[in-house]
Design a protein. Structure first.
Lengths: 336, 325, 305
């Protein structure tokens, strides 16, 4: 046993010779961006075997903390960084780079209902506030002519773990419903008045699948991959829009990014815009001390913003609009 | 190996094993010193951890004081934190799990130490039980979601519909909740109890058992009056270890408890535990919430301390087994 | 001693109570036999259920090349978990190498050198409290003292930052209490006369412990170690904060490493079929490896009896 252990450790240590010339970067943060990050880093490593990036999804908050503390080379967050967090960065400065985007959908479990349901602007916040408690509530019925809604109680499913998904969804609800804003508010973790909590997108999806009458919020990519039904939501122009890559991108393109590239699209305008969308950011320093690191990160970011975007739709992400890409690339070039 | 030299190494006569005796003495001193260091090192580790956690918790302690323990809200946005539903959830889910797992574990231990089965088949059973311990908690969580909850949900709903007046069944089942979580938790701690109880039972001296049998005792006379009392301290020890594990279990409970900060008497209502809240919120927590989470962890350590203290008292009171000669 | 035996426990003070009629006792005993059979078989149902789930989903999709291929990215087919398997072995090995000596030495101190004293009570108490530590706290603790400061150096050796070493230490914290408590229990059950005989022959305490007591308690100690190993191999939360994760082979102990538990955690939370299937296959392999370690260690210990 002991010889086996020693052998294993020795072999592992022997690997260190392989890594002599590779640049290894550590990154952590958002769970939302993790799959496409992973794909990007794998594809990039195929093109540039001397650059290895390790990514672990620990949540946007932990990602920010690790980045601020200098533990990771760059971070990833669905909530960008607040001014306070940016100020806390000791050295190196911060630049926020939107690298991808996604939409959040409301998925549900309604046996017997095949067509996607429509949820008006005043209905879905009320559901999550616990004010509308049955599926055959007159307001829901009115918005879905021709659909027989069952007499089933509504079970709300929310994210138990703090997450960027909750951040985006709750901020959207706070933007469109003053009552939600005062009673609950927006944030990565909020105190949902009713419902059951699931861990991660997979937890919420499991809750939805398990119990009839459940409704919950998940990332579009997730719902699309496991084929959960998605509700069409009424946007600020009054139109019911189903979540698709197009409606998501349309919503994104309505936004003009400020100079620091931090924009939360809590209630997009436009007839064809899907109401719940978000960017997801990389958090990079403006100055890197390790030789070659700045160049590597710049090259990586530029590749992800151009060639990398083609991986987005298959994995359920929204490709960035061209105008956004130009702005972000300009920001990338400020990294030294 | 044993040297037959005079104990005093200061003698001037050259005994054959003198050098060896000296070396043994030095090694003996070194070894006992090593055990001393290791033991107090363990204590030091615990103190260190407690200090780190406590220090990180200070902002929350200053802000909320003891009111934290009876607060019922966990509202990150408004920085209102209270631990009561979490303490309740932790204690109830762990107690339930232990209640389920102890009888099962002891029964399995008895099954494996008595000769119900051929030795070889017994060996296979033993490995099957130990296999349970090898399964990662994430898998238990997934098993809970995919297999256990679909069974407990209709059960809970049926019990609520027919026996809803009993507080235990006062809410319908919304999927996750105390019962599925406690059940899976029980399965998770079962191998610990079975393995350690089995080890304790195995050391019952054969002579005692044979003597009793010669006197006309049946198998269960021996088990209940001889084997179990002798193994009692080991079984209690196994139970305490298992309870500790249950109270600290993070991953599986986070997936199965429902993550709703409420206090309900119903077995099927969703709830929350300290460890699962910690796991769910730690990644995203900033500022005061981090301190509140550390305060919560401190409370958990205090709870473990309290329960262990009570267990020690019980052990001493019953006197059913004498731990030390 | 009033009983002519050498146990550390006592028979019920009144002695064996056979006052009830033999027939009644026999019926009771047979009934209890049936009960125990039923309970054991009932307890096996969940076990079979879990194993069935893992085997069906894990073994079904398993390919041998998963053992040496690197993890796939999202949307990519194939791949494996070779680096994660190696990582888990390394992490558990570090955890074992740190926790077993310290744990066994502590248990020896408790039983041989300070039995019954207040210090023993205190130390044992601390071990019990440690056993209730949520696994995530072990990770957070090591994160705070070791990982967080990336520039932490021991001489020229960088020990800060995410590293396999930190992960192993976090696991050691989780394994330690199990080993202390199981070993102590094991040592207590070694009959007193063995120790006394050894001392009478002139051996000192250390020699007695190392050559007589420990070997006698070997199988229970091994059970404890195996329980600890099994627990450590399946832990996720502490590893995430210490050993991090990587899709590449580990270079040195100062670098992050993949691990089976974190891989399973990562891959089971995404909707991409290839990764979800791989999570199941990894669970299957993890269980097999831990079981194999268990069996091998028992075989080795039995052979050297």
């Amino acid at each position: 046993m002991k010889t086996l252990l020693t052998l294993t450790i020795a072999t592992a240590l022997a690997f260190s010779s392989v890594h002599a010339d590779t640049l290894t970067l550590n990154s952590s943060g958002s769970t939302f961006i993790a799959p496409i990050n992973g794909r990007w880093f794998a594809e990039y490593n195929k093109l540039h075997p001397d650059v290895q990036i390790n990514y672990q999804s620990v949540g946007s908050g932990q990602g920010i903390k690790s980045f601020v503390g200098g533990l990771t080379d760059f971070g990833a967050s669905d909530a960008a960084m607040s001014d306070g967090e940016i100020a806390a960065v000791k050295d190196g400065g911060v630049v926020l780079l939107p690298m991808t985007a996604g939409s959040i959908v409301l998925s549900y479990n309604l046996p017997g209902v095949t067509a996607p349901i429509q949820l008006p602007r005043d209905v879905y916040p009320a559901i999550f506030l616990g004010e509308i408690t049955k599926w055959n509530d007159p307001k829901i019925v009115a918005a879905n002519p021709g659909v027989t809604l069952p007499d089933l109680p509504i079970t709300v499913a929310y994210r138990a773990d703090g997450s960027g998904t909750t951040f985006v969804f709750s901020n959207h609800l706070a933007a469109i419903s003053p009552e939600f804003k005062t009673k609950v508010g927006g944030g990565k973790t909020v105190k949902w008045p009713v419902g059951v909590g699931g861990k991660g997108n997979e937890g919420v999806a499991a809750l939805i699948k398990q119990t009839a009458g459940t409704i919950g919020y998940v990332e579009y990519g997730y719902a699309q991959q496991i084929k959960l039904p998605m509700a069409a939501l009424q946007n600020s122009a009054g139109k019911f829009v189903a979540p698709t890559p197009d409606s998501g991108s349309t919503a994104l393109s309505q936004v003009t990014l400020p100079d620091n590239l931090r924009a939360f699209v809590t209630d997009p305008t436009g007839d064809l815009s899907y109401p719940i969308v978000t960017f997801s950011w990389w958090l990079c320093h403006t100055q890197y001390t390790k030789p070659g690191e700045a160049d590597a990160i710049k090259a990586l970011a530029n590749w992800c913003l151009t060639d990398g975007q083609k991986f987005a739709p298959d994995l359920g992400y929204l490709p960035l609009p061209a105008t956004v890409v130009t702005k972000v690339q300009a920001a990338v070039n400020t990294i030294k | 190996m044993q040297t037959a030299t005079a104990p005093s190494s200061a003698a001037s006569t050259q005994w054959v094993g003198d050098k060896r005796a000296q070396r043994s003495k030095v090694f003996d001193a070194f070894f006992s010193w090593a055990t001393f260091v290791a033991s107090w090192g363990t204590v030091a580790l615990l103190v260190w951890i407690a200090l780190q956690v406590g220090y990180a918790a200070l902002p929350a302690v200053r802000q909320y004081g003891f009111g934290f323990i009876v607060g019922t809200d966990w509202d990150t946005n408004n920085d209102v934190y209270g631990a009561l539903p979490l303490i309740y959830g932790t204690l109830v889910s762990s107690a339930l799990a232990l209640l389920l797992a102890m009888p099962l574990g002891v029964a399995i231990a008895i099954f494996l130490t008595e000769d119900y089965l051929h030795t070889k088949i017994r060996g296979i059973f033993k490995f099957l039980v130990e296999l349970l311990a090898a399964i990662p908690s994430v898998i238990y969580g997934l098993w809970g979601i995919n297999v256990v909850i679909p069974i407990t949900t209709p059960l809970g709903n049926w019990l609520n519909a027919h026996l809803g007046w009993i507080p235990l069944f006062s809410t319908p089942s919304s999927g996750p909740g105390f019962f599925p979580a406690a059940f899976v938790l029980a399965i998770m701690i079962l191998p610990t109890i079975a393995a350690l109880a089995g080890s304790a039972l195995k050391t019952t001296p054969q002579a005692l058992k044979e003597g009793a049998a010669a006197l006309g005792a049946t198998r269960w006379d021996v088990i209940l009056q001889i084997s179990l009392p002798i193994a009692a301290s080991g079984i209690l020890g196994a139970g305490v270890l298992a309870l500790g594990r249950a109270m600290g279990e993070t991953m599986a409970l986070a997936m199965l408890i429902g993550n709703n900060n409420q206090i309900s008497a119903s077995l099927f209502a969703p709830a929350n535990t300290i460890a699962s809240l910690l796991a769910n919120h730690f990644g995203e927590a900033t500022g005061l919430e981090v301190a509140a989470l550390m305060y919560l962890s401190f409370i958990l350590m205090a709870l473990t301390l309290g329960i262990n203290a009570v267990a020690e008292l019980i052990l001493e009171r019953t006197g059913a087994a004498i731990r030390h000669l | 001693m009033d009983t002519p035996n050498q146990t550390n426990g006592a028979v019920s003070p009144q002695g064996l109570d056979l006052s009830r009629k033999p027939r009644a006792r026999l019926i009771f005993s047979r009934a209890m036999d049936v009960l125990v059979w039923m309970v054991t078989l009932a307890a096996l149902i969940p076990l079979v259920s879990v194993l069935y789930m893992v085997i069906r989903r894990g073994a079904g999709n398993f390919h041998w090349n998963m053992l040496w291929l690197l993890p796939p990215a999202a949307g990519v087919d194939g791949g494996g978990f070779g680096n994660a398997l190696l990582g888990t072995i390394i992490l558990v090995a570090i955890g074992t190498l740190v926790s077993v000596p310290i744990g066994v030495l502590t248990a020896i101190f408790l039983t041989e050198y300070s039995q019954g004293s207040k210090s023993a009570q205190l130390i044992r108490f601390c071990a019990k409290i440690l056993s209730g530590l949520p696994s995530i706290l072990a990770g957070v603790f090591i994160f705070g003292i070791l990982v967080m400061n990336r520039d932490l150096h021991l001489g020229s050796w960088q020990i800060g930052g995410y590293s396999a070493m930190a992960g192993g230490l976090a696991l050691a914290i989780l394994m330690l209490p199990i080993i202390i408590l199981a070993t102590e229990e094991a040592l207590l059950r070694v009959p007193r006369f063995l120790r006394e005989a050894s001392l009478a022959l002139g051996a000192n305490r250390t020699q007695t412990v190392l050559h007589i007591t420990l070997p006698a308690a070997r199988s229970t100690i091994l059970t404890g170690v195996m329980l600890a190993v099994a627990r450590a191999a399946g832990e996720t939360a502490p590893i995430i904060f210490t050993a991090f994760f990587t899709s590449f082979w580990i270079g040195s102990l100062n670098e992050p490493t993949a691990s089976m538990a974190v891989l399973i955690y990562n891959f089971s939370s995404v909707p991409y079929d290839n990764m979800v299937n791989m999570a199941w296959s990894a669970s299957f392999v993890l269980i097999v490896v831990v079981l194999a370690t268990n069996i091998t260690s028992h075989l080795v210990s039995n052979r050297s009896k």
